[in-house]
Structures are given as structure tokens and as C-alpha cells.
Design a protein around this ligand. Structure first.
Ligand SMILES: NC(=O)c1ccc[n+]([C@@H]2O[C@H](COP(=O)([O-])OP(=O)(O)OC[C@H]3O[C@@H](n4cnc5c(N)ncnc54)[C@H](OP(=O)(O)O)[C@@H]3O)[C@@H](O)[C@H]2O)c1
Length: 169
């Protein structure tokens, strides 16, 4: 199962100066609880976030990059990342995979996602990285919404998972 998990503000903003624009303990707790013991896949700029624990503990970490990652015991993915992630899914049928972002990686992997765990942060922040959420969520159906003060935790299921590339050789 290939999932994305990320948070956006009311404008689709998700990053600022290489980091999260906010610090919301409820969202961090949800992220931790949801991704523990899974495979997590992130873009190199997300990995480089100084606030990101390296690697995320109790999860198998993959970084998507064209460069080597030196000094950390972490695996890297490059090239045809959709094919690589689908192979990872086939090799680990009992372990969920979570795509953590950032924007570049979410856009590249959108059509191989099964589910999205999306936190809507109910404010507007100073942002330099933004996703057009109407476009991103087209082809996904909302399954649940949990309103919790600052955040709304939503899940979406894909109606468009690309079956033509879901058979890696
Ligand atoms: N709100 C949230 O939930 C959330 C979640 C995650 C991230 N973020 C934020 O999003 C921002 C980062 O997003 P971003 O879009 O700038 O960067 P990103 O998606 O994290 O990483 C982009 C990098 O991924 C690598 N990459 C992409 N496609 C590749 C491919 N096909 N093959 C090999 N490498 C590939 C490249 O790394 P190389 O240059 O090393 O080759 C590229 O520079 C940060 O502000 C971060 O804090 C927010």
C-alpha cells in the first residue's frame, strides 16, 4: 500500500525556507503514530530540513536524490521513482509505504498513491512551497475528516492508481 502523508495550510502551503511553516504537536503526534514501523520515502530537500530527525527512528528511510547521502545509514532512490516505489511495495507486501513529500516528490508520485493522509492546518502561513490541492486531489475520494481545533485530519482514497505501471518486472 502506497500512501502520502503531509500537511497544508488553507492556501495549499506546505513549506517555508526548507522546513515546515508551523510547529503543531498534534500533527507531529499523528504523523509519528501513523508512520511508525513503516517505510518512509522523502525528497532530498525534505531530508535536508534541519528539524527532520535523520533518519526517522523506527521506520525504514529512503531518500529520493541524484546524489549520495554521506554519513547516514539510509537508502536512496533515483531515476524512475514510480517504478522503484512500486517495486518496493512488491518486495514489502505487509509494510505500508508513506511518501512524506515535499512538493516535487508528491507531484511525481501522485498517480501511484492508494491513499492520502492529509492534515489541513486551519490558518494561513508565510509560505514558499505550495501545492494546488484542487488539482492534486482530483481523482481522489474523501473517506474521513476528523476536526481537532487547529487541524482537520482527512483521508482520501485514489480512484486513479495507475494500473499500467503497477506490475514492475
Ligand atoms: N507540510 C508538509 O507536510 C511537508 C512535508 C514534506 C516536506 N515539506 C516541505 O517541502 C519543502 C521541500 O519540498 P521540495 O519540493 O522543495 O523538495 P523535495 O520534494 O523534498 O525534494 C526535491 C529533491 O528530490 C530529488 N528528486 C526529485 N525527483 C527525483 C528523481 N526522479 N530522481 C532523483 N532525485 C529526485 C532531487 O534531489 P537532488 O537535488 O538531491 O537530486 C530534488 O532536489 C520543505 O520546505 C519541506 O519542509 C512539507
Amino acid at each position: 500500500m502506497i500512501n502520502a502523508i503531509f500537511a497544508v495550510d488553507r492556501t495549499g502551503g506546505l513549506g517555508f525556507k526548507g522546513s515546515l511553516p508551523w510547529n503543531i504537536p498534534e500533527d507531529l503526534a499523528f504523523f509519528k503514530k501513523t508512520t511508525l514501523n513503516s517505510i518512509v520515502v522523502m525528497g532530498r530537500r525534505t531530508w535536508d530540513d534541519p528539524k527532520m530527525p535523520k533518519p526517522l527512528p523506527n521506520r525504514e528511510n529512503y531518500v529520493i536524490t541524484n546524489r549520495p547521502i554521506i554519513g547516514y545509514n539510509v537508502k536512496t532512490i533515483s531515476g524512475d521513482i514510480k517504478k522503484s516505489i512500486l517495486s518496493l511495495e512488491q518486495q514489502n507486501p505487509n509494510t505500508p509505504i508513506f511518501i512524506l513529500g515535499g512538493k516535487e516528490i508528491l507531484l511525481e508520485t501522485r498517480d501511484i498513491l492508494d491513499n492520502i493522509y492529509l492534515t489541513y492546518v486551519n490558518s494561513i502561513y508565510r509560505i514558499d512551497t505550495r501545492i494546488d490541492m484542487n488539482s492534486f486531489l482530483s481523482g481522489f475520494r474523501a473517506l474521513s475528516a476528523d476536526y481537532q481545533g487547529k487541524c482537520t485530519f482527512m483521508t482520501f482514497k485514489s480512484l486513479i492508481k495507475d494500473a499500467t505501471i503497477s506490475q514492475p518486472t
